[in-house]
Design a binder for this molecule. Structure first.
Ligand code: FMN
Length: 193
């Protein structure tokens, strides 16, 4: 399967970057073709400008500014996000990727006022997330990133397809053991993706 990996941690030496590296390696070991999209390295511009908003519904014209990203999304058969959780959401660069690339005509079309997915070619969705918060704090906050992955993105792709959701919570109190344990889980899971 051709898997698009979307990564959004700004620090190369971080644990998040190590999770990204492990994810890509394990997917390749499993025989997948990986399109590794490191949004910071690629200097993705996440700002949807006035101009972008004015042509947002005007496809295919709306795709012109982000065409390489649209082409990569159209070729993908699987997607895996590897990202930290910031303010109980995605880092702005990843949020902006969805705003600017998952456009009308790309991820969905409005047909007689109803949303129709254009991402049915994606067979599987996965996410590898790190949280500073404990599972309880994330739960009390409503855990928006988990809902975005397991409900919002899944619904946009195909509600009937499985989602792999992996999270290391409580990074504020993590130890070498918890990090190694989670890394091993990511390795195992991505080797079976
Ligand atoms: C700008 C910023 C906002 C954050 N907001 C949250 C948050 O809302 N919830 C949470 O669980 N952790 C939050 N964190 C903690 C990160 O999720 C945690 O530090 C990260 O997953 C671990 O990776 P890192 O420390 O190597 O970046 C935040 C961290 C930063 C830098």
């Amino acid at each position: 399967m051709r898997v698009l990996v979307l990564h959004s941690h700004p620090v190369e030496e971080s644990y998040g970057a190590a999770l990204h590296k492990q994810t890509v390696e394990s997917l390749k070991d499993a025989g997948h073709e990986v399109d590794d999209c490191d949004l910071y390295v690629e200097k993705f511009d996440p700002v949807l400008s006035r101009h972008d908003r004015l042509i947002y519904h005007d496809y295919p014209h709306n795709m012109e500014l982000v065409k390489p990203y649209v082409d990569r999304l159209k070729k993908a058969e699987g997607i895996v996000l590897v990202t930290p959780v910031w303010n109980f959401g995605f880092p702005a660069i990843l949020k902006g990727y969805f705003d600017r690339v998952w456009l009308p005509g790309v991820s969905f079309e409005l047909v007689n006022g109803k949303v129709e997915s254009r991402l049915r070619h994606i067979r599987k969705l996965g996410a590898v997330l790190t949280y500073g918060a404990t599972p309880f704090r994330a739960f009390v906050a409503g855990n928006p990133p988990k809902k975005i992955v397991k409900r919002v993105l899944r619904a946009q792709i195909n509600p009937l397809k499985p989602v792999t959701f992996l999270a290391h919570y409580d990074m504020n109190n993590c130890t070498p053991e918890t990090r190694a344990q989670f890394m091993a889980k990511v390795k195992r899971t991505m080797e079976r993706f």
